[in-house]
Design a protein around this ligand. Structure first.
Ligand code: FAS
Ligand code: PHB
Length: 391
């Protein structure tokens, strides 16, 4: 039976980043991914990186293209009631910034680094299944080209996202989950048009939420809140552009450059946390452990802080023969996870129109926003969460 020190399930940002750090430390890994490499790369997801994520990539020699192509942002704006209010992120957070660099590019950089390292990744691995992680001899089986393979290991890292097999393999009595499903989704488009502003604009309007973001100085990403039962076919480009311009302030609407979208998708929104994150010799990482509504731009960034904590624990285990880091992983990660889940819930609740929203709820939302932009303390709280709480 083949043996490695750590089997990583999933070749998304979590699995690839963990594999990269462990490989650099001489810890042998294999990544098992059930989709094709192209499929993984084709997924359009996050766009905004916290400073901690940029630092992690840079510390591991992965920020070359990011430093050339990433867009550093020192502020963002909230648009509501016909006005736009800038939040001075850097000024309110002691100089911290965020960087726009699409998850697709992060994943591409990580895949290139993995390929260059020679460390193995099996794409289109079927029936990946963790075994024996509650004992001292964990192993993982999978099927590739009709042949069944078995890998013995010391540890399993479940980096396989919300719908993955890792969390699903944990006995129901050993895990607790916490969830809130939001009664709307986000319809997102990509278009080769210049962004409407050099910073992000989050809009609260009676018609629903909208977000103006970007991927570069020539490529824009826009989102509008939509009903859960909407389909992409319900949203031809003309309807999308008309709708988003109704949801932002007038100067933003007038300045918006429209054009044909080349990607359009609808994502559901949920808050989800699994506890704990360790089950014997298996650890849950990233979206396998938690999901946040993208309103706070936390999903990918939380995955990266999980990776940082688990990698530190594994390096300590193999280096100093200490179990302290691994023993602390779940509690340490969950502390930061819940604070990000709270922030993402707060941003989502404050900025979206809920189907059952009463007139009282509406007034509270308006008061929330009015207080936020009138209070340096409130804006400081938003800023320090948005740029990323300490890792
Ligand atoms: P991922 O889901 O990215 O990767 C898991 C990998 O495991 C996938 O490649 C999957 O194919 C594989 N896998 C699954 N089951 C498997 C099995 N049984 N065997 C082997 N492999 C398996 N975050 C933001 O910060 N901002 C955003 O705007 C944003 N938008 C999003 C939009 C959508 C539609 C989604 C779904 C997520 C969005 N996110 C956003 C969150 C997203 O970026 C995640 O946080 C990020 O992908 C987490 O990375 P991973 O933990 O690696 O999980
Ligand atoms: C994105 O650029 O895709 C993005 C940015 C910030 C968010 C969500 C998505 O809060």
């Amino acid at each position: 039976m083949k043996r490695v020190q750590v089997v990583i399930i999933g070749s998304g940002p979590s699995g690839l980043m963990l594999g990269h750090i462990l490989h650099r430390a001489g810890i042998d890994t294999i990544i098992l991914e059930n989709r094709s490499q192209d499929y993984v790369l084709a997924r359009v997801r996050a766009g905004l990186l916290e400073q901690g994520t940029v630092d992690l990539l840079r510390d591991n020699g992965l920020a070359g293209r990011l430093d050339r192509e990433g867009l550093v942002h020192r502020g963002m704006a909230l648009a509501f009631d016909g006005e736009r209010h800038r939040i001075d992120l850097a000024g309110l957070s002691g100089g911290k910034v965020v960087t726009i660099y699409g998850q697709t590019e992060v994943t591409r950089d990580l895949m290139d680094a993995r390929a260059a390292s020679g460390a193995p990744t099996v794409y289109e691995a079927e029936a990946v299944t963790p075994h024996g992680f509650d004992g001292e001899a964990p192993r993982v089986t999978y099927v590739k080209d009709g042949a069944t393979h078995e890998i013995a290991c010391d540890f399993i890292a479940g980096c396989d996202g919300y719908h993955g097999v890792s969390r699903a393999s944990v006995p129901a009595g050993a895990i607790s989950t916490y969830e809130r499903v939001y009664p709307f989704g986000w319809l997102g488009i990509l278009a080769e048009v210049p962004p409407v502003d050099h910073e992000l604009i989050y809009a609260n309007s009676a018609r629903g939420f909208a977000l103006c973001t970007m991927r570069s100085s020539t490529r824009s990403r826009y989102y509008v809140q939509c009903p859960l039962d909407d389909r992409v076919e319900d949203w031809p480009d003309d309807r999308f552009w008309d709708e988003i311009r109704r949801r932002v302030d007038a100067p933003t609407a007038e300045a918006m450059v429209t054009g044909p979208s080349f990607e359009k998708s609808i994502a559901p929104l949920r808050s989800f946390v699994a506890e704990p994150l360790r089950f014997g010799r298996m650890f849950l990482v990233g979206d396998a452990a938690h999901i946040v509504p993208p309103t706070g731009a936390k999903g990918l960034n939380l995955a990266m802080s999980d990776v940082r904590y688990l990698a530190e624990g594994l390096l300590e285990h193999y280096g100093e023969r200490s179990a302290a880091g691994l023993d602390a992983y779940s509690g340490r990660a969950l502390d930061r996870i819940w604070k990000a889940v709270r922030f993402s819930w707060w941003m989502t609740t404050m900025l979206h129109r809920f189907p059952d929203q009463t007139a009282f709820d509406q007034r509270i939302q308006e008061a929330d926003l009015a207080y936020l932009v009138s209070s340096e303390a409130a804006m400081t709280s938003l800023a320090e969460n948005y740029v990323g709480l300490p890792v």
